[in-house]
Design a protein around this ligand. Structure first.
Ligand SMILES: Nc1ncnc2c1ncn2[C@@H]1O[C@H](COP(=O)(O)OP(=O)(O)OP(=O)(O)O)[C@@H](O)[C@H]1O
Ligand SMILES: [Mg+2]
Length: 468
């Protein structure tokens, strides 16, 4: 044995040599758990006051006597025989419940006795109750975070056609397969958050959290502690125990920094550090905590302009925009308009419980002539409004919200091709037959029967009517 490893026992020896047994007894008596010691013959040699308190057995009733005589069935004797420790043995006596740990006492490789340590259940129980309460709290928090931190949308929810959003969707799908930071730019309502969620859900982080943060909705002085968390006592209003920041919550997932153009210059510098070091330090703390996250940022502001005005850090811009997804406004991708209208009509069909919607050619013309400053969000709201207003299964110009201007284009253009003419005749016949029977599903079934087509074909033809 080395000199240094012997030193502590030397010191203990020098204390203990005065009255070794008194020292040992005093130590055992001061322990807050019940202690009972037997020798190799199973005779009780020592108990402490806590043991008496827990079991009600006084020293004079047990010391010097075989343990099994006083406590029939005591397991401690079997520890002598097999030399194995036991832990968490439950016992109940005279209405008192306690748990016991047992261990052999070994000197020079020989079992010379055994010791049991009892802990009253009241104490264990209190600790258990405390633990249970904390666990419940953690469960609630985990559930809240879980529901808060879920991304709903996938690429299947994004409508984008050739000549429209298709190229952007393809690029976003590729970005989802990497772990690179993505910057999504586009006017309000173009679908920036939709893309962010879809990228997260297609990435390897899909099972991790998706934490959206709207940088413009939280005042900058609060945003720092929201993002980075804080230690207890970091400032006057700081909560006891401190607070976990959103960066830490997004660990192993994605943090979506929406409206990044509104982030203060001070926080931009701190965000840059997170991107470079992959660590965060809570406000008022000294410890650097490693975080494994992907950052997707979005803005409807022109970051180039902000950089020129020295309101956005150029270095941060390059870090964030490794992949830059620009979503064009709806007015610049008319190819997507019709598919989006039918997509939202389909959703409304499910939500409203009405059997199915069609839309008049005039209404389509009106929708197509509008430039949609609120982009897809405005279109979605307009369709939802119209389905509520519609008296029957066809949405007409009258059902559209007043914010959408009625245009002179509303007059019906005569169809020129033979195909279009046949289509028009087909539709007129369907409409006339339905009018004859009424607007219920039953009526439509009868109309379909009369026309010699299935109900599904009838709905199909009605739905596709404006495409001609
Ligand atoms: N291509 C699309 N296909 C289907 N739905 C879309 C599409 N683009 C946008 N939407 C829908 O339009 C609405 C607005 O989208 P989102 O909230 O993602 O826009 P945003 O760009 O984040 O807007 P803002 O800048 O105002 O926050 C959402 O309901 C979204 O599901
Ligand atoms: Mg958004």
């Amino acid at each position: 044995m080395s000199k240094s490893s012997r030193q502590p026992s030397h010191r203990l020896d020098s204390i203990v040599t005065t009255h070794p047994l008194e020292w040992l007894q005093a130590i055992i008596a001061s322990i807050n758990d019940g202690i009972l010691v037997i020798d190799s013959a199973g005779i009780v040699r020592m108990v402490n006051p806590e043991y008496t308190k827990i079991t009600g057995v006084r020293p004079d009733e047990i010391i010097g006597r075989p343990l099994l005589d006083v406590r029939p069935g005591a397991q401690l004797v079997s520890v002598l025989q097999d030399g194995h420790s036991r832990s968490g043995v439950f016992r109940s006596e005279g209405g008192v419940e306690y748990v016991v740990d047992m261990a052999p006492i070994v000197i020079d490789g020989k079992v010379v006795g055994a010791v049991s340590i009892s802990k009253a259940m009241t104490e264990v129980h209190a600790l258990y109750q405390q633990l249970k309460k904390h666990k419940e709290k953690v469960d609630i928090l985990e559930k809240t975070i879980g529901s808060m931190a879920k991304a709903r949308y996938t690429f299947e929810d994004i409508i984008g056609k050739e000549g429209g959003l298709r190229t952007t969707v393809t690029m976003a799908r590729k970005a989802a397969e990497t772990d690179l930071p993505v910057l999504i730019t586009g006017e309000s309502g173009t679908g920036k958050e939709l893309f962010a969620q879809a990228i997260h859900n297609k990435s390897t982080r899909a099972n991790g959290p998706f934490v959206p943060v709207n940088c413009s909705a939280i005042p900058n002085e609060l945003l720092e502690s929201e993002l980075f968390g804080y230690e207890e006592g970091a400032f006057t209003a700081a909560k006891r125990g401190g607070k976990v920041g959103l960066f830490e919550l997004a660990d192993h997932g994605t943090i979506f920094l929406d409206e990044i153009g509104d982030l203060s210059y001070h926080l931009q510098a701190k965000l840059l550090r997170v991107l470079q070091e992959k660590t965060v330090r809570r406000v008022g703390g000294t410890q650097e905590r490693t975080v494994n996250l992907r950052i997707i940022a979005a803005t409807n502001k022109n970051l180039d302009q902000l950089i020129r005005k020295s309101r956005f850090r150029e270095d941060l811009y390059y870090r964030l925009s490794v992949v830059n997804l620009h979503i064009p406004p709806l007015r610049e991708r008319k190819e997507d308009l019709l598919p989006l209208i039918y997509f939202f009509l389909g959703n409304s069909t499910v939500e409203s419980g009405k059997p199915c919607y069609s839309i008049s050619e005039e209404a389509i013309n009106v929708l197509q002539s509008y430039d949609w400053p609120g982009n897809v969000r405005e279109l979605k709201n307009a369709i939802e409004y119209a389905t509520c207003m519609a008296n029957d299964w066809t949405i007409t110009v009258e059902d559209l919200p007043g914010t959408v201007p009625r245009t002179p284009k509303m007059t019906k253009k005569p169809s020129s091709t033979l195909k279009a003419k046949i289509r028009e005749l087909e539709l007129e016949t369907i409409r006339a037959t339905i009018e004859k029977y009424g607007n219920s599903t039953e009526a439509k079934k009868r109309a379909a029967q009369e026309l010699g087509i299935s109900l599904a074909t009838l709905y199909n033809k009605m739905n596709n009517s404006p495409k001609s």
